[in-house]
Design a protein around this ligand. Structure first.
Ligand SMILES: Cc1cc2nc3c(=O)[nH]c(=O)nc-3n(C[C@H](O)[C@H](O)[C@H](O)COP(=O)(O)O)c2cc1C
Length: 185
């Protein structure tokens, strides 16, 4: 698959780390872009900051339109924004297209390609809820960073992996990250 992974400045840098760690650059073409605030949050939350695996293409400037995935003519399969800040969600919901990430998300929606947003905020205000409704109506999938507990996670990575498993499921990528409901494994 050709995938765009975008990281914004919501809390939850570990979600980005676990997703990157569970995507094989030998099997998938992976393009990774992040915001300035994402770097600040990752430096705060992850010891040593985010580790981007070798083989992943990186885009340091969330402002350039000279990247392949901001045009519908470049054929990508899916984009995941993880974690997705309410700021970025608001920009996408309003069609601002004023950053690489906002424009890319706009393109995925107009081209009817898969756009998965993993928001992290609590509580939500009415503006957040309306923006997420707008994005759902436009074809995006809102997959909140709200981990489940029925697979009995013992560690924070196991807890996080319950969400990464759902993201991979929606991308159609096989995994063994979390036990499925009523599965003996
Ligand atoms: C430590 C820290 C944690 C944050 N957590 C959240 C959060 O969970 N959700 C959110 O929407 N914004 C959060 N923010 C605020 C965003 O970083 C801020 O709104 C920023 O403008 C988002 O910009 P971006 O979407 O371009 O990354 C946090 C900021 C900091 C410094």
């Amino acid at each position: 698959m050709k995938l765009v992974i975008a990281m914004t400045g919501a809390s939850g840098a570990i979600y980005t780390q676990r997703l990157l760690d569970n995507l094989d650059p030998a099997q998938h073409e992976l393009h990774f872009i992040w915001t300035r605030h994402a770097t600040e949050v990752a430096d705060l939350e992850l010891p040593g900051g985010l580790r981007v695996p070798d083989g992943v293409r990186r885009y340091e400037e969330n402002g350039s339109m000279f990247v392949p995935f901001v045009s519908g003519s470049a054929r990508f399969d899916a984009m995941v924004i993880i974690p997705a800040s309410m700021g970025t969600i608001g920009r996408i919901a309003n069609g601002s297209s004023d950053s690489t990430i906002a424009r890319a998300a706009d393109v995925f929606l107009k081209e009817r390609r898969k756009l998965i947003l993993v928001p992290r905020e609590s509580p939500y205000n009415l503006i957040h809820l309306r923006n997420m409704t707008t994005l759902t109506e436009a074809g995006a999938l809102i997959l909140p960073a709200s981990p489940g507990f029925y697979h009995r996670p013992q560690t924070i990575p196991q807890l996080v992996d319950g969400i990464i498993a759902r993201v991979l499921d929606h991308l159609g990528i096989p995994h063994h990250l979390a036990r499925r409901w009523q599965s003996p494994e």
